[in-house]
Design a protein around this ligand. Sequence first.
Ligand SMILES: [Zn+2]
Length: 312
Amino acid sequence: MLEKILEFFRNLFSGLTGGSSKPKPTPVTEPTKPKPEDTLPPAEPTFPQDAPELDRDTASTVVVVSEDEPVVLQPGDDPAEVITPPPSTETAEEPPVVVEPEVDPDPVIEPPKHKQRYMWCLDNGHGKKTAGKRSPKFEDGKQFFEYEFNRDIVKRIINQLEVIGVEYFNVVPEVDIDNFLEGRVGRANRLESDLPKIFLSIHANAFGRSGWEPPSGIETWYFHTSRTGRAIAGVFQKHLMSKLNWNNRKLKSFPGKRQFYVLRNTSMPAVLTENGFYTNKEECRLLMKDSIRQKIADAHVEAILEIEKNGI
Ligand SMILES: [Zn+2]
């Protein structure tokens, strides 16, 4: 009976974050109005939130592609996933700007203003209350917490985007929060923006359930049917590889239904970066270093700027 009730709620709320062409279970009934996100039930347990939550059977079906394999975008095949840059605001009818002669003998030269192209929804992956998501303890008792790392990287990215003038949305600025998967996705989906939105979820990876383990490196995930997502993922993986030169675990996706919650339920192109393993002792030490964190953030900013410049 309890399972039936849980199933009912799962079905009821699985339709809340709609708006994309991604496959979704049919909701039993539509709620008359969206519920406040904080009252939503816990995340659907069958959908993993990041790579460590994959079971071995699922992991064997993962599709791996290289970030330098070209992606041929075919907008007609995938309409909800293809983002079109907004029309240029420069029109031929605009009168020419009259520039007054500069009289200041020592003028301050303003850097050229960044032309905003996309709205970057930056997701920090987990909250402080998300279970697990921490490294084994080092001999001195120190430990790596993924929520803290993810937030620090997002903060470092935001600091640079602010200066450059790239449009962004910090999806979950709160720290003291649990899985909150529906909340993350709902906030990004509901965000009104004149610019096309891109969802970027930032994580560190893990292997096994306890103790230090050998797997290491960086991988970027995208929604399997989304060519746009794959193209975006390729840009991020490329910059992460050139900045860090760690083990290249390439681009990954699931061909099946059991895709990451945030990739599956977002109504915009979405990617998830897994920036090294905190269950690998050496890599974990690096992930705790300020200079490495800055490199990881810089690589993300470089990827964002490449996509801002060239479109996707
Ligand atoms: Zn994670």
